[in-house]
Ligand binder design. Sequence first.
Ligand code: FE2
Ligand code: FE2
Length: 257
Amino acid sequence: MDRPFLLAQISDLHLGERARDGVKPKGCLRAVVAALGRLPDPPDAVLVSGDVAEHGAPKEYRLAAKTIGRLGVPIYVLPGNHDDRATMRASFGIPGEGDAPIDYAVDLGPLRLVVVDSTIPGEDRGGFEAGQLGQLEAELAASPKPAIVAMHQPPLTTTMADWDGVNLPAADRGALARVIARHPQVKAIVGGHLHRVASAALAGCPVLAAPSTYLQARPNFAAETVELYGGAPGFAVHVLRGEELSIQVEIVTPSGD
Ligand SMILES: [Fe+2]
Ligand SMILES: [Fe+2]
C-alpha cells in the first residue's frame, strides 16, 4: 500500500514564557517532539502555526529550531501575534523582506502548503493586508495539487464575542471564503491561536485550530469567558493519501519538565 504523506502540525509554543500550572513551554515542546518522534510512521514535514516565541527573541527561535530539528525533517513556520516577523524570517531563512507579511507556498511532494500571514503587528486579532488574498488566489491558481492553507488565526467563530474579537474578523473570514470557494483542491485551512482543538468549515472547506504545545483554553460558553490552564498539549497530523486528506489530533502527556 502506498505510504501516505504526513504533515505534522504543532502550534503556540510560546517559548520564553514562564511556567504556569507546573507547565513549562520548553518541557512541553520537548514532550510533543518526542511523541512525534515515536510515531510508527514519522512525519515528512512539520508545520509550526505561530506563537513560536513569547517575546519574538532570537534565542527563542533558536530553541524552537533546535528542538523541532531533532525530528530531522523540514520545518515550516508562520507568525502568530506573539512573534516578530523580521526575527522569525531571519531565524528560519524565510524569503521576503524584514517585517513584511510572511506569505509563501511550498511543494511538499504530493501536498502543497500555502502559508498566509494572518497577523497584524502589535495586535492579538488577525487580519489581511491589501494584496495578500490576491497573492493567495494566484498561488492556488498556479497548481491543482491538493493543498493545505495555513495561518495563525483560524477562520472560524468560537461563538463568543470577546474570543472572536482576538481572532480573524468576520469580514476577513468572508473575503478568504470567496477565494477558497474558487479552489476546491484546498483540503483544509489550519491554524492555532485558540489553544484548543476547534473545527468548522469555510466555503465547505474544513478548518482546524490545532492545540497548543503549552497552555490549553477552557471556554465557559454561558459566561463567555476563556481560561488558560496547564492541560495536556498535543499536535495534529495531516494525512494525505492520494486526493484524500484526514486530519488527526493526538494528545501528549506533558513531562512537566
Ligand atoms: Fe498562542
Ligand atoms: Fe496567538
